[in-house]
Write a protein that binds this ligand. Structure first.
Ligand code: PLP
Length: 391
């Protein structure tokens, strides 16, 4: 069987039937001629279908092991797309600590009556059973979660959901199919913000919804065209190009993450580190079972107050203070004021997002440079704190 990393490299290679180009051509055209009266070709209008975009959809469907995929303009529009499988009165169960944008979308659509939402701690068996037994139609799973890397058991949740005739959608953005295969664990739909590791170069915003069955795929295609949220051909081509190096990028990302975790674990200014590779992490056992890699994202709490956080962040040179993740460059983010600012304070506290929490998206730079950078930023934060105390 072909390895996933090979499938990613080969995505769209030798797809050109006209000239035999090795890499795929970019079909920018918004529309396509009919062969004749009432004789449409395979494609008629790029909102509904485009050859370049389809190469990416096929590649992601193959990598995830699904029947077909839909490529959308953003990760959020892929999530929006999946919510269109629901109708008013249906219940959607979502994690209480999901990505802030997902939380905002679900909450506001539910406030407008599109469906009913229940945010639950999916590791709480009583809460999940009670939510499912109230006739839920879609169970949304995000594992590992953003930003605390909490892990939930996809197989167990899928088995429970199936008993209640409830679909399961998994946001696989953090791990990619290289590290986690939700369909093999019972999921019906896999969603990605391709903006992150799939593209990997922080130059495209995009998304994908991949269906396990043809029937679900058809429904998603229909809604994507109806809503007008399919991705542009150019973004699709860039993402396809990024996808090819997914395997080697992940190797370097992961090696750097391990080095940084080791460094942070011994640092006196660090409180808690959140990463599923740590045996102290509550999701370690499940992650070891259901993931083939522990992933690259990590979060930690810096000892100190807001002033120290500001000093630490301002001193960093190789970690850019920015939202998003999954690019080749290292990023740092303060979830409470950035990615999760859409959650009110109470929701942040319920989700465990403390004001001193920092999230790292570790890039593929030389790990020595990253460690040196962190070292000097910790020192600077400490010096600033000392100055404040003595002045
Ligand atoms: N899902 C997860 C886990 C995310 O982290 C994000 C964005 O950060 C999204 C979905 C939304 O994706 P996009 O920003 O591409 O719309």
């Amino acid at each position: 069987m072909t390895q996933l990393t090979t499938t990613a490299v080969k995505a769209g290679i030798e797809a050109d039937k006209a000239f035999g180009a090795v890499t795929p051509p970019l079909y920018l055209s918004s529309n396509y001629t009919f062969e004749g009266f009432a004789q449409p070709r395979q494609y008629d209008y790029t909102r509904s279908g485009n050859p370049t975009r389809d190469l990416l959809a096929d590649a992601l469907a193959e990598l995830e092991g699904g029947a077909g995929g839909v490529i959308t303009s953003t990760g959020m529009s892929a999530i929006l797309l999946v919510t269109h499988l629901l109708k008013a009165g249906d219940t959607l169960i979502a994690p209480h600590d999901c990505y802030g944008g997902t939380y905002r979308l679900f909450k506001n659509l539910s406030d407008k009556g599109h469906f009913d939402i229940r945010f639950v701690d999916q590791n709480d068996p009583i809460a999940i059973q009670s939510a499912l037994s109230k006739g839920a139609k879609l169970l949304w799973v995000e594992t590992p979660s953003n930003p605390l890397l909490r892990v939930v058991d996809i197989q167990r949740l899928s088995e429970l959901a199936k008993q209640h005739d409830c679909l399961v959608a998994v946001d696989n953005t953090f791990l990619t199919p290289i590290y986690q295969k939700p369909f093999e664990l019972g999921a019906d739909i896999v969603v990605h913000s391709t903006t992150k590791y799939i593209n990997g170069h922080s130059d495209v915003v995009g998304g994908a919804a991949i269906a396990k069955t043809e029937e679900l795929h058809e429904q998603l295609c229909w809604w994507a065209n109806c809503l007008g949220i399919t991705a542009s051909p150019f973004d699709s081509l860039l993402t396809l190009r990024g996808l090819r190096t997914l395997g080697v990028r992940l190797q370097q990302h992961e090696a750097n993450t391990e080095t940084i975790i080791d460094f942070l674990s011994h640092h006196p200014q660090v409180d808690n580190i959140y990463h599923p590779s740590l045996s102290s992490h509550e999701g370690h056992a499940i992650a070891s079972k259901q993931q083939s890699g522990f992933g690259i994202m990590l979060s930690f709490e810096l000892k100190g107050d807001e002033e120290e956080i500001k000093a630490f962040l301002s001193a960093l040179k190789h970690f850019s203070l920015a939202e998003s993740l999954g690019g080749v460059e290292s990023l740092i983010c303060h979830p409470a004021t950035m990615t999760h600012a859409a959650m009110d304070k109470a929701a942040q506290i319920t989700a465990g997002i403390k004001p001193n929490l920092l999230r790292l998206s570790v890039g593929i730079e030389d790990s020595k440079d990253l460690i040196d950078d962190l070292k000097q930023a910790f020192l600077y934060a400490q010096q600033c704190q000392y100055q404040r105390k003595v002045s």
